[in-house]
Design a protein around this ligand. Structure first.
Ligand SMILES: [Zn+2]
Length: 473
């Protein structure tokens, strides 16, 4: 794949993130001089990746006419406030639920950026004096003003020649894959499909990922491109772990993504209680964003699958358990760690990179009767990954803590399709795309999926390099 020099009559695609890595999703289609960016994500995880958030883009933000967001996760949306601060004027298209989630997620991301800068200033370890945040809450507010809500399957005409359509992807509330239709040359219109993050089949709460049947060019995620999720029923594993921990008198701490895994866990815990398979334990959701997101999950009925809607129709709350607390405020959060006896704490961040879960881990990791359960993807370099890898000590808030609690992972609780589920989704295509780009995966995962697509489907498939530009024709 070579760099091409861009002329105005060409259609090109540039990879500005999630190329050879999981985070920072940003793809720019440039067609006849107009640019549309699909996803606008933040790089997360290792420091060298996070540093990329500070590099200026190889194109002027004001030269981008539109942004389309597949879903609200920060690695797909969290660069937007910076793009706006640097000159992008909008509009930004997203599904209704994504737009509502962004109202809580972008300001939260801005607060984290501001806290990081404050912390660097206090500790004096920034090269820049003073250290500045990547963006502020004001930048996030400006970005939110540019968002236009769209319905699933609605054809959005960006201009005379470019249209887009958001199709349910079953990954988190509001998540979609995006079809972009380029009709500049009527004899040969091009359809480019961006998978975003693909969800799971037969999961509660959300509808399954819908099928896509054709694309001229396809970008497909590969988070779990080299793995198959454990096929045991996640409820069986949850019941087993919860019961043994409760018998020991320990706490169960779930570091869980505030949006998605938190709601799935509550849903399963409610069912397990109703089925009499676990005792009714105090369950606390301790994450301001998790509390807000749970409310949105109940409200956005357009995303509900049959079972979720059935419970809602019975005027029951599908996202609450028998002894359930949505924790508001820091003091209530701290009080959780003074309570004795068995209980369940669901708190963010999901990879234990920050957030209130760190206080809970600091309290319960040294306690051999407790259990920490990971319910989602743990990126390389995060505390979550280190605990999964069996580290016996962990640094939190500058303190080295012994890890004596039981560490469990339930991969079947993942929000991401595994390799088999991605292949199932690809298997619906009626003809091979001219080219398939494997994105959004660590190198091993992306390579495994590329090889599998080539071997089993015989498609022309590549892993694009960061910042590469390819011509579409
Ligand atoms: Zn996602």
């Amino acid at each position: 794949m070579a760099f091409v020099s861009v002329t105005t009559t060409m259609t090109t695609l540039q990879f500005l993130g999630a190329a050879g890595t999981v985070t920072g999703s940003k793809f720019v289609l440039d067609t006849h001089g107009r640019r549309v960016m699909i996803d606008c994500g933040l790089f997360q995880g290792m420091k060298e990746l996070r540093m990329r958030n500070w590099e200026s883009l190889p194109l002027a933000p004001e030269s981008i006419s539109w942004v389309l967001l597949t879903h609200a996760h920060i690695d797909h949306s969290g660069y937007l406030p910076r793009l706006v601060r640097d000159g992008f004027k909008g509009p930004v298209y997203a599904t209704k639920a994504t737009a509502d989630l962004l109202k809580i997620m972008l300001p939260d991301s801005a607060r984290l950026q501001e806290e990081d800068a404050d912390y660097a200033n206090r500790k004096g370890f920034s090269k820049h004096k003073p250290a500045l945040p990547l963006y502020t809450e004001q930048d996030a507010a400006a970005a939110l003003k540019l968002i236009r809500k769209v319905s699933y399957k609605e054809k959005i005409a960006l201009n005379k020649f470019i249209s887009a359509c958001f199709v349910p992807a079953g990954h988190i509330l509001g998540s979609s894959f995006i079809e972009v239709q380029l009709n500049q040359t009527p004899s040969a219109p091009l359809k480019v499909v961006f998978s975003g993050d693909l969800g799971r089949y037969d999961e509660p709460i959300l509808n399954d990922p819908q099928s896509e049947t054709e694309a001229d060019y396809l970008l497909v995620e590969s988070t779990y491109g080299n793995r198959i999720h454990d096929r045991t029923n996640p409820k069986d594993r949850l019941a087993e772990i919860i019961n043994t921990t409760a018998q020991r008198g320990g706490k169960i701490v779930f570091p869980a993504f505030a949006v998605g895994r938190t709601q799935l866990l509550i849903y399963y815990l409610r069912e397990l209680e109703e089925e009499g398979r676990i005792p009714v334990l105090p369950v606390a959701v301790d994450s301001p964003m998790g509390v807000e997101a749970t409310r949105l999950y109940t409200r956005h009925s357009e995303d509900h699958d049959f079972d979720m809607q059935r419970v809602v129709n019975l005027k029951r709350n599908p996202l609450a358990t028998g002894s359930f607390t949505l924790v508001h405020g820091r003091s209530a959060s701290k009080a959780l760690n003074q309570s004795s006896g068995p209980g369940i704490i669901i708190s963010a961040s999901g990879m234990a990179t920050g957030g209130r879960v760190l206080h809970h881990l600091a309290r319960w990791l040294p306690d051999p009767s407790s259990t920490v359960i990971f319910a989602g993807y743990q990126a390389a370099g995060t505390r979550g990954r280190r605990l999964q890898d069996g580290e016996t000590e962990l640094k939190i808030h500058g303190q080295i803590l012994p890890v004596r609690a039981h560490i469990e992972s339930i991969s079947s609780l993942s929000a991401h399709a595994d390799a088999g589920e991605i292949m199932k989704w690809l298997g619906e295509f009626k003809r091979p795309p001219r080219k398939t780009f494997v994105v959004h995966g660590e190198p091993d995962a992306a390579a495994a999926l590329r090889d599998r697509i080539a071997r089993e489907l015989g498609w022309d498939v590549v892993i694009p390099a960061h910042k590469v530009v390819v011509e579409l024709s």
